[in-house]
Design a protein around this ligand. Structure first.
Ligand code: AHR
Length: 631
């Protein structure tokens, strides 16, 4: 028997309770959500020909009369490099791009092919481009006459005759001479909301279906960088896409077991686009900025206190960029980028996963400056990488003294830890800062182990833990699983919420757990208990309950982590119960089961039942998450 008490707890479930953590790790942005299909489109990587090949050049075929490419660099520009291509024999010269682990193309869809070209000398009259399949057969081709002098932008449209996961782009020329080329780009026209140069639709749709309360960006350690020079600087990610300075990704060669030496950030998906995405998703934008500390797992480089000002100014300017009107310096830039209306940003994060005295010292300066100018902005502060240990305790102690508003906790741990910690927040100080469980995920093998799986056990343990987050919604006001995305052939970290390749994506069981909680978050917390005690693992049962005042629904979430089915009878007290029960079940026969590209076998199944007045008797399958919605 479970008791459901309708007496008000006076605890509101915050609209931000379940959100999204986005970081460009695992090819999440370049090679993933950002739909650009050409890798290193403007030759900016440290090795400027990464991603490009000239199969017939003299180095490869010494006896062949062909052509060659040199990189011209202008250090005064943000987009420093371009390619100078000398064609000596147009039958033989060929330039090829491999994409991000190949180029994914869908049959009979349109792709915008664009580039900037300057006709430098000689008689090159046309550019001929093709998309080829894995066997080298052409699946679409276009030709374009070169016009005029000086740099010009060219546009063409490909329409592939086949669906190919790993196509290549080939460029040839007509005539002999020299051309300069830059920003060679290929985008599907069918992007999210049809935006030119936009985002991959299937991936944004998966985010949309989560109904996230917030979008945290741009990470993660990527905020901090391996060195201060490599930190994420939002001002370099706005304005014209071709002027955004590329930067090596912090996850380039992230871990020895997953070498990805070709991982850079083009910033085509930059801060404006993050805000725009948050708006599209109906989520609060939550940017996290560098606090002057490089990743403490890398160089741990520190900016001196007397040199911290520009970092703080970045935070103040960002608030103006998001919220200022078009007469302000940064609001004007946002407006000119196509969004005159402010984004109404309410939260900002200071530092990602920093700890120790160095962090607290810097946090204080940010807090003072931000709140002096923007008292209503809520600041997220960090508590380090792990919920256990002296750094964490020190951070919390100091942040409490400073009346911090929201503290970000990160935990990657075993499924057992998640089951055991369903009561983690029961004893948190109700008068202290609120908690943002900003990164968490159960690790099937161990933290940062390459064999970690998104199996049903990990998802079930997260569901059990999440009933504890929800039961403590007065303290825990924001939560997000991490990381969000992973390219099946370009990842550095596992497990991840959504896996994709160049054509498709699939949702993990962990995704469906997130979705069931988020889509059923309700508005007000109720009490569900057994013998007066919360359900946090006794007899392998976990539960939480909410009321959704907008929908007029009671929502109960129950996790059974027992290998046997059980049945529960719910006794409603002090609350009117309707007669329609919707039961949604997420389960799988084996704890080791996973979803994959071929099938999502672990997916919510819904049934509607009529219940007798006042009596709710339900079966809870073995190892399952069950959502009961009563109207
Ligand atoms: O989510 C992967 C990484 O884990 C994040 O970048 C970092 O914040 C944490 O250590």
């Amino acid at each position: 028997f479970l008791d459901l008490d309708g007496t008000s707890t006076n605890i509101k479930i915050q609209p931000t309770m379940y959100g999204i953590f986005f970081e460009d790790i695992n090819f999440a942005a370049d090679g993933g959500l950002y739909a650009e299909l050409i890798k290193n489109r403007s030759f900016e990587f440290d090795e400027p020909l990464t991603g490009w090949k000239q199969p017939n050049t003299k180095t490869l075929s010494p006896n062949l009369d062909s052509g060659f490419l040199t990189i011209i660099t202008d250090k005064s520009k943000t987009n420093k490099n371009y390619a100078r291509i000398t064609v000596e024999n147009d039958k033989n010269y060929l330039l090829e791009n491999e994409g991000f682990r190949g180029i994914g193309l869908h049959q009979d869809e349109n792709y915008d092919f664009t580039f900037n070209l300057e006709n430098a000398s000689g008689n090159i009259s046309a550019v001929n481009a093709s998309l080829i399949d894995e066997k080298g057969s052409v699946i679409s081709s276009v030709s374009l006459m070169i016009k005029g002098q000086g740099w010009q932008k060219y546009n063409m449209v490909f329409r592939p005759s086949k669906t190919i996961e790993k196509a290549k782009l080939q460029i040839r020329f007509t005539g002999k001479g020299v051309v300069n080329m830059d920003m060679i780009s290929l985008f599907p026209q069918d992007t999210w909301k049809g935006r030119k140069g936009g985002l991959r639709k299937d991936l944004v749709e998966k985010l949309y279906d989560l109904q996230p309360g917030f979008l945290r960006f741009p990470g993660g350690c990527i905020v901090e960088g391996r060195t201060l020079a490599e930190r994420y600087q939002w001002k370099k990610t706005i304005g014209k896409v071709e002027d955004r300075e590329n930067l090596i990704n912090k996850w380039n060669n992230g871990f020895a077991h997953r070498l990805t030496p070709d991982y850079w950030q083009s910033f085509g998906f930059g801060f404006f686009e993050y805000f725009q995405l948050a708006e599209d998703l109906g989520a609060e934008p939550l940017p996290i900025l560098s606090c002057g500390m490089a990743c403490q797992f890398n160089t741990a480089e520190l900016v001196k206190m007397e040199d911290l000002d520009p970092y703080v100014q970045d935070a103040l300017d960002l608030i103006e960029f998001a919220n200022g009107n078009s007469n302000t310096k940064w609001g004007k830039i946002r407006s000119e980028m196509g969004h005159p209306k402010p984004f109404n940003m309410k939260f900002i994060g200071v530092g990602n996963e920093q700890w120790g005295e160095d962090y607290i010292e810097r946090y204080k300066v940010f807090e003072k400056a931000i709140h002096a100018k923007y008292p209503d902005i809520k600041i997220i502060s960090g508590s380090g990488p792990s919920p256990d240990g002296e750094f964490f305790d020190y951070g919390w102690k100091e942040l409490k003294k400073l009346n911090a508003q929201i503290v970000d906790e990160h935990y990657y741990n075993s499924p057992e830890w998640f089951f055991k910690n369903a009561g983690r927040y029961d004893d948190y100080d109700r008068s202290g800062p609120k908690v943002f469980a900003g990164e968490y995920a159960a690790q099937s093998v161990g933290v940062v182990k390459p064999d970690n799986k998104n199996n049903w056990l990990t998802a079930l343990s997260e569901a059990a833990f999440m009933t504890g987050l929800e039961r403590n919604a007065d303290v825990v006001t924001m939560t997000s699983y991490a990381p969000l995305f992973a390219h099946a052939e370009g990842w550095q970290w596992t497990p991840d919420l959504i896996w994709f390749n160049n054509l498709k994506s699939y949702a993990t069981p962990n995704y469906y757990v997130q979705q069931l909680f988020s889509n059923n978050k309700g508005t007000d917390l109720l009490t569900i208990s057994k013998n007066g005690k919360p359900l946090k693992g006794e007899n392998n049962l976990f539960a939480s309950a909410v009321l959704d005042l907008k929908k007029g629904e009671i929502i109960i979430k129950i996790v059974n982590s027992d290998p046997k089915e059980t049945s529960v009878e719910i006794n409603p007290k002090n609350i009117k119960i309707g007669s329609q029960l919707t039961k949604i079940v997420l389960t799988s026969s084996e704890l080791t089961d996973e979803n994959n590209f071929q099938s999502e076998t672990i997916k919510p199944k819904e049934e509607i039942q009529t219940i007798k007045i006042g009596k709710i008797l339900v079966d809870i399958p073995a190892n399952s998450l069950v959502i009961l919605k009563i109207k």
